[in-house]
Design a protein around this ligand. Structure first.
Ligand code: 5GP
Ligand code: MG
Length: 220
């Protein structure tokens, strides 16, 4: 006769009890089983594939490296959280120059897929910039409010220079007074996710840059 290991039997029983409990509260079968749905299912169209991103990040690192390599002043890279983290990680490892890194958080007041109507720096700006070159790194330049705010704040702290680097830029929106010194790609005026960019804090781990299926943010 086939006999079941009693410990395994107990575990299976508990598992099904938990699934039943979660389902009663409207949790989907996949979520109840602890299966996170694949990110790819939510992407309607890939705009920039990972290979293109990697090539362009390498080119940017080269441009940036050449800009600072002959300078006597040291460099501080100031990255804006959280959207720039993956870009920053890839970029800084290809910059063969001495640097400090500062991370800042900027809050935007807007809906999840609308552009910012206002912005403010959260917390105290603890970044060493006096007498140093500053390179601000952000994920995307859209209305320009974030970069305008951050560069203005940093310029008050007597740096040698302030330059900006963005992975993406939406030329349709950028006002004439906001300029990025280093730009990865110009993109159409659509809401994009992936490679650090989020929708409601999701999709940052998606390795390409893409556009979500519209029904996912239709209610935002
Ligand atoms: P700004 O409008 O100030 O130039 O950009 C503000 C911030 O809005 C960006 O740093 C980024 O976090 C967010 N943002 C703007 N456009 C997009 C987009 O298409 N996708 C995502 N995920 N975030 C965006
Ligand atoms: Mg951002």
């Amino acid at each position: 006769m086939l006999r079941c290991n009693p410990l395994l039997g107990k575990r299976l029983h508990r598992f099904w009890q938990e699934v039943g409990f979660l389902r009663r509260f409207g949790v989907s079968a996949d979520a109840a089983r602890g299966i996170i749905p694949p990110v790819d299912d939510d992407i309607e169209r890939i705009l920039i594939p990972r290979e293109r991103i990697a090539r362009r990040v390498a080119e940017l690192a080269d441009e940036i490296g050449r800009t600072y390599s002959d300078s006597a002043a040291a460099l501080t890279v100031v990255a804006i959280l959280s959207g720039s983290v993956i870009f920053l990680a890839d970029l800084m490892r290809q910059l063969p120059i001495r640097m400090k890194i500062g991370l800042i958080t900027v809050s935007s007041y807007a809906g999840a897929t609308t552009t910012s109507r206002g912005a403010s720096i959260l917390g105290e700006l603890r970044v060493d910039v006096r007498g140093r070159h500053v390179l601000v790194v952000d994920d995307i330049l859209d209305t320009g409010r974030t970069l305008r705010l951050v560069t203005a704040e940093l310029r008050q702290r007597e740096p040698v220079s302030v330059r900006t680097c963005v992975l993406l830029r939406k030329p349709a929106k950028v006002p004439p007074d906001v300029k990025a010194d280093f730009v990865g790609f110009d993109v159409e005026d659509a809401f994009v996710v992936g490679y650090g960019l989020d929708y409601d804090d999701h999709y940052r781990n998606y390795p390409d840059i893409g556009i979500l299926r519209p029904e996912l943010y239709a209610s935002a």
